[in-house]
Design a protein around this ligand. Sequence first.
Ligand code: B3K
Ligand code: ZN
Length: 903
Amino acid sequence: MRTDTSVTPTTIHRKDYTVPAFLVDTVDMGFDLDPAATHIATRITMRRNPASASKEIVLFGEELELLQLRLNGKQLKPSQYKLEDGKLRIPSAPAKVVLEIETLTKPENNTSLMGLYVSNGNFFTQCEAEGFRKITYFPDRPDVMAKYTVMLRADKKKYPVLLSNGNLIEEGDLPNGRHYAKWEDPFKKPSYLFALVAGQLVCQEEKYTLQSGREVLLQVWVEEGNLDKTQHAMDSLKNSIRWDEERFGLELDLDRFMIVAVGDFNMGAMENKGLNIFNTKYVLANSRIATDVDYANIEAVVGHEYFHNWTGNRVTCRDWFQLSLKEGLTVFRDQEFSADMVGTDSGRAVKRIDDVRVLRQAQFPEDAGPMAHSVRPDSYVEINNFYTVTIYEKGAEVVRMYQTLFGRDGFRKGMDLYFERHDGQAVECDDFRAAMVDANGRDLSQFERWYSQAGTPRVQVQAKYDAAKKTYELTLSQTCAPTPGQAKKLPFHIPVAVGLLDSAGKDMPLRLSTDAKGKATAETTRVLELTKAQQTFRFVDVAEQPVPSILRNFSAPVVLDVEYTDAELAFLLAHDSDPFNRWEAGQRLATRSLLSLTAAVQDASQAGHVVALEEVLNNAASNSDALGKAFGLILNDTTLDAAFREQALTLPSEALLAEQTEVIDPQAIHRSRQYLRGKLGQALKDDLLAAYHANQTPGAYSPDADASGKRALKNVALAYLIQADDAAAHELAQQQYDHANNMTDRLAALVALTNSSAPGKAAALEKFYKDFEQEALVIDKWFALQATAYTADIAAIRALLEHPAFTLKNPNRARSLIFSFCSGNPANFHAADGSGYEFWADQVIALNGVNPQVAARLARSLDRWRKYAPALQEKMRSALQRVAAAPNLSKDVLEVIGKALAN
Ligand code: B3K
Ligand code: ZN
């Protein structure tokens, strides 16, 4: 029969949404698994949708060989259907239809890792967003939900394990050394949640009793030899199940829940119903191979995928424009889960700081660049390009604002109503907002703009204290810069959490002029609701001139412009009861130093004074002594958790600083940041050394918050000390490398050595490789740390590209070298000769032919090209144009490059 492959890139618009003409009740599938040619027989029962006037069945299919097509038992003649541009259309179909479709795919040739593919000899699927159409012709859209039964058949020796969604209802042997397994998923689901796994895998399994008393089976499947690395994922899964019961009253609805790890995977993990498929990076851990950060990430991702079972699977998205409905909400849930797992206030703040760092470093630039889009986008060319930090992280901030406005209990009421109304449905972001609003009895129509308007709002603060009247006025105003396709922005509804500190650094009780007379004044944080372009809030009974602490706990995803003196910032860093803003004050202080250093370096190099740079920096470092003092107080304050101190002592990243300069000069930023690190390292040398020794974690490794916090503080101290690049620091790092009993310490020592001139650095790198040659995830770290080394020039990167362990086909490996360099090493990537951009273009073009999704991610490294100096801009433009002119570009890459080059 006919085969169809090509799909023309077109822009899909949210406003063009129409309901499906046919609904699907059941899907029965039979797979004969063979890496060279897998035969798939699918039986779909469908009926006309009463809500649609159309009688046309529209099925999607890509890269499929269509072997057979029968409608209500009769084979369809080619004249009875149309097959073009990735769609199979059957015009005027009867009201009730049984479709029987046979397709053929070639999993072993599938390097896109979408649909059915082979990884290390085993079969896996990835169907979100539109991968199911690479398995069979189907109404592959999330608002078509159906019940699935899946029969898997394969060679028993090669593929002893056969898994799919739901419950195993039958298994047995077949002739010729083959066997089968039949799975049935009791819940209706959209096709993007379909999954199968087949191959040589082993599992750790446990029975777990839910709060209701029902017993469920939990399994973590991995390749043989990795069973010593599954305990943490299993613990994280059990914690997730318990947390969702306790915090949201949501129970696991299946009798069996499986996690499977795969080495070749485009992203982190996938929430397929009952059969979550994970990148090995987010499953495998033991102290030998995984860092504290890996442990935390595994907990978060296991939680995230598990939480999708309700927010995503039971209630799903009507269309892909609503993606943040499930992703923003589920990220919020995993953030809260991770915070609750630590439990303490300062532990929660550390988590919040991490999340805000990601938002500022990745989402704010996205919001200011050519791919800017709202949380609920209006159009896309390739939906896979919209799994972005805006949809995920900004989406989570939007959800968090409901909780800030309504409180935890109000938020819970909204969630309960959301499930009461929409369980089993495919809905819109508006439905979530309506549930929140209705459950809390408030009009929140203006809040909708968080979904429809792109761009990061800026909030300006003006303060006035009237000593005679004892009033304190805060005038807040908001603006938002235009984004592509959205010139004008209307005011957002912004919750601004505020506290006022008295001269002793204590919180003042807060009373607003609008408060009812009898209102108690015990509250020390008030959430001001900024809804207009400008608004004044008046606090009354304010005994003395306060220092304001604004946007506590980062209560809204905005940039806050507020004029503080250095002294006020040091005061907030020392006293603010809100740990987030305490950290923030230190970051503001450091940013101020770093930006003035950067400006001085730029001025000097423009004037040609490159030789005297050290002197220029010394002269410009006027407030660095004050910064050193403030940092010293934090470093030595043992009443603070080590993890918090580490956060406070970490300078803003180069990427973050870049966003705060008018014209990005990556080398000047790098030099300044390195210089300040060196200065702080010298000024605090004794204290750093003391902290280094005081925060050792002897004994067996544990990834708990206390121990990992200590390691973080100790290793940030080491990083400062190594900046001096002297023999003592080399010795310290070498000792740590040699005696480490865990990957966190070993890797931190190796990074320190790599960024120094220590005599043992080459030997350590080599030893690390030899010791961990068999551990793919550790070799990824080995590539990444070299790609981000301060000394890594393009020649070093190109040499690593030739390393026998390097391959473009494995996304983790490609990311570890190429992405780490292009986005994690700005000073070298943006080399003045444009060699970094040439490299980038080569790799985007090469990856495009292997894996369009991964290629399109890499393509985004030049998003912000217009923010650089003209000489660099020119070189970036020609690299972009070279990619744009390459043959056979995927729509993924076309969309990203097209938007970057558009005016
Ligand atoms: N929902 C998946 C992401 C799918 C990405 C498709 N390109 C993982 C997650 O967010 O949990
Ligand atoms: Zn998700």
